[in-house]
Design a protein around this ligand. Sequence first.
Ligand SMILES: Nc1ncnc2c1ncn2[C@@H]1O[C@H](COP(=O)(O)OP(=O)(O)O)[C@@H](O)[C@H]1O
Ligand SMILES: N[C@@H](CC(=O)OP(=O)(O)O)C(=O)O
Length: 406
Amino acid sequence: MELIVVKFGGTSIGNGERIRKAAQSVVNEYMKGNKVVVVVSAINKTTDDLINIMKDAIGDNVTDKQMAEILSMGEMTSIRVFSSVIESLGVKSQFIDPFDELWPVLTDSNILEAKIDFKESELNSKKILKLLDQGIIPVVCGFLGKNSKNQITTLGRGGSDITAFFLGHSLDADEVIIVTDVVGVMSTDPNKIQDAKKLDKISVEEMRDLATHGAQILHPHALKYKDPLISAKIISYENGDLSDPGTFIVGPNEGVMMKSSMLCPEPISIIAVVGENMLKKPGLLAKLTDKLAINDINIFGISAGQNSVTIFVNKKDSIKAHRLLHDLVVEIDFLSSVSLGKEIAMLTLVSPEFIETPGIISDITKPLRENNINIVELTSSQTAVVIFVDWKDGKKAYEYVREILE
Ligand SMILES: Nc1ncnc2c1ncn2[C@@H]1O[C@H](COP(=O)(O)OP(=O)(O)O)[C@@H](O)[C@H]1O
Ligand SMILES: N[C@@H](CC(=O)OP(=O)(O)O)C(=O)O
């Protein structure tokens, strides 16, 4: 017997026929002896419609509290509809909204983009297990939360994915299934490029980067509740079969997405190539990096500006890299000169929490500023920040920045 948390997105329950098919797929899993917790979004585009109605009616004059209450009606309705359809198929079901004593998701008071208070909500969620033991299928509002003043909050657009993964984690589920309007995660958005291919699996780390860069298919914050041992997949609603393979989300890789900090033990050299209007020269970056790649020189970082491209390589490769890049500078008209700079230290900080920590770069650089340590260069992605400082400052800088992670 398995415990499954399944989330149906708006399109998957877009009309009566789809709701019946979705409810039947849940009942089929239940009949196999599995326990199923259902999370639903608002039917079809209800949330968009409600937002547009309010915009047309009073423009921006709606308060966050009013907006959250209005939007909540989408999910408050869909749980009631879904639960009734399950009952019509002969299985007991109970809907759970934020006013129910079994409501699991407690949040802060950032009303429209609320964060889950993890510890309290995790404890609270366990109450749902009792329903499962009684053979009842709970249907929970996705997207919604409740703050300490008992006010409705929302987890941000697309937030019902967060609800599903959060419940998966808190209830110690075996599997989280996201049911949506595409066959799984694809090589790109199939609504933009039609011959996109379905992926059989994708890692949590890749999925997170895809999601934070706008691939709507999954809310990026959902994945912070993805345990390595919980199986997770994204499937289409079309077959009405929760055992469809879709795309499996695997990981996170132990260690990879944990918080980590590192000071590269070897010095790095910085090489600057200067020229005119470099950002407007197609293929330039490829030419520079190809030259180093075919000569087996690894690039630790690269940053491009209007009149220069800065490349970071291991100090032991720097003389060779300097010579190779100089050959290119002589060969290419619009490049003027190349300079091999001083030795620098590279510090890397990785944390999945960076995604949702506004001001993290300023937090990391503050102790360096206060201690007069000059940052030669800084690059960042969703979950990693790489800082280059003078080699002599490396150890001290590392001590300061690693404290930020703790
Ligand atoms: N790489 C991708 N693979 C699959 N779908 C993608 C991808 N990138 C973006 N999408 C979009 O994500 C949509 C599904 O997300 P969403 O509309 O939020 O669904 P739901 O309402 O079920 O939560 C798809 O219709 C598709 O347009
Ligand atoms: N109904 C909410 C929450 C949500 O997650 O929706 P969907 O799963 O349909 O993207 C929204 O539209 O933002």
